[in-house]
Design a protein. Structure first.
Length: 191
């Protein structure tokens, strides 16, 4: 396994803007760091759980329904383009977070987040299972990827906290940039 490619893939996918990262940034902006951290903990636990589920089911899905990944990529990309459009047209004079930013909302969003679902479904067959299918190696991979995801979420919390005033003063520009990053994430699914 090329560990460098694996780590680059993990960092790019988890650190680039996606639905969870954008909600974290919006939560810091609207409700503060404490609520964003609560949301982040839920998102991290769900991310790890999705990795475990993916590791267990990936080989079964790949053999039973090999075309499922293509369908998930199409649906996920379309959903992310939709989110990019929603962020772009967002009215900056209104509050940016419509949910309560709880542990449970962070947890549940991961299961609805096509970027996370697609990532968890592709990282194992692409990087882990061609080289290591033993339970200890797969378990270590799940833990490592979960920690990378947590670092990405915390980075977005810190970014939002540090640049909160700037983000509030440049809402429209931030929305345009976030929508472009979401569109980029949707395109990267196909790369």
């Amino acid at each position: 396994m090329n560990i460098t490619s694996f780590l680059i893939y993990c960092f790019i996918v988890t650190f680039t803007p996606g639905p969870t990262n954008i909600v974290i940034l919006s939560t810091v902006h609207s409700l503060g760091t404490k609520k964003a951290l609560e949301y982040t903990y839920g998102a991290t636990i769900a991310f790890g759980l999705l990795l475990v589920i993916s590791a267990m089911l990936n080989t079964i899905l790949a053999t039973i329904i090999p075309k499922i990944l293509i369908v998930m990529q199409i649906i996920g990309s379309l959903y992310m383009f939709y989110l990019a459009y929603q962020v772009y047209k967002m009215d900056t004079s209104k509050p940016t977070v419509n949910q309560t930013a709880t542990f449970m909302s962070g947890f549940l969003m991961q299961f609805l987040n096509p970027k996370v679902v697609l990532f968890t479904m592709t990282v194992f067959p692409s990087f882990i299972m061609p080289y290591n299918i033993a339970m200890p190696e797969v378990t270590i991979s799940v833990i490592a990827i979960t920690l990378i995801g947590f670092l990405a979420f915390i980075t977005w919390v810190l970014f939002g906290t540090i640049f909160k005033e700037f983000l509030q003063n440049h809402k429209r520009t931030v929305n345009v940039m976030m929508s472009l990053f979401l569109a980029y994430s949707a395109i990267m699914i196909w790369m």
